[in-house]
Design a protein around this ligand. Structure first.
Ligand code: ADP
Length: 254
């Protein structure tokens, strides 16, 4: 009997996420699936809830309702999360922020190893060796002993990416990682992200870089007013958008 092709179970599945800040109902039932080894781009106008979703996937925001599964971890936001659940969520994914948030008083190596050593309790030598190997991969091995202030914005953001990788998460979350960079520095950060995607990292990326989303993402969700209006392969969402709101957003950017 011919067997049906089986789609891989999503690494991440969020269902019905709702979140209000006071009277502002910013997430109004968001669903998101990210298959293992794929890149999911979250696009849409400012204020549509993309960052709030992303932060919810790392426990930096807590939705008021909805469910989330990442790997083996299953959470139901309609009841308070326990301390263990929060810690497990924080471990499952690692976030690369818009501003890199590096500690100015620590060297590059110190910034990359502080999480693995202090938070995860890993051995110093092992954490240092892993960090140096990761820095090598993004071309920053020789900056290990430098302080963040001596690096360019693009180099700082690459350290931010290495810091996330060093936590050995099951997926990476990027919140507009290039939007605070000078235009000439954007390319080097997108290049690292493209390499990570090619290596098979599972990634969710909030981005205004629609060229990156089009070329690198496997799937795109278009957000507007707290819901995913449209999702699909980039060639479909960009090339043949179905929804009026998606069409208007893309036209405005042309
Ligand atoms: P996007 O990433 O699409 O620009 P956000 O998720 O950042 O959208 O924001 C969605 C809405 O939630 C905005 O109106 C924003 O002002 C509001 N918001 C986000 N975070 C907070 C917060 N911590 N406190 C109050 N309002 C917030």
């Amino acid at each position: 009997m011919p067997s049906e092709p089986i789609a891989p179970a999503p690494l991440l599945a969020a269902r019905g996420l709702h979140k209000s800040f006071g009277d502002n109902h910013v997430l109004r039932g968001v669903d998101l699936d990210v298959a293992p080894g794929t890149v999911h781009a979250l696009i849409g106008p400012s204020g549509s809830g993309k960052t709030t979703v992303l932060r919810s996937l790392n426990g930096l925001e807590t939705p008021d309702a909805g469910t989330l599964r990442i790997g083996d971890l299953e959470l139901d936001f309609s009841r308070p999360l326990g301390r263990r659940e929060r810690a497990a969520l924080h471990r499952a994914s690692a976030m690369v922020f818009q501003q890199h948030h590096l500690f100015p008083h620590l060297t590059v190596l110190g910034n990359v190893t502080v999480g693995p050593i202090r938070v995860q309790g890993r051995g110093k030598e092992e954490a240092r060796a892993d960090a140096l190997a990761l820095l090598e991969r993004v071309g920053l091995r020789e900056k290990a002993d430098a302080y963040p202030s001596s690096l360019s914005g693009g180099q700082q953001q690459r350290v931010g990416i290495v810091r996330a990788l060093a936590l050995q998460p099951s997926m990476l979350l990027f919140d507009e990682p290039t939007s605070s960079l000078d235009p000439e520095l954007v390319g080097e950060v997108l290049a690292v992200m493209t390499e990570l995607a090619a290596e098979g990292w599972t990634m969710a990326v909030v981005t205004h870089e629609l060229g990156f989303a089009r070329e690198v993402a496997d799937e795109v969700s278009f957000f507007d007013e707290g819901v995913v209006v449209e999702r699909g392969a980039p060639e479909q969402v960009f090339g043949d958008p179905q929804h009026e709101r998606t069409k208007r957003f893309l036209q405005r950017l042309q």
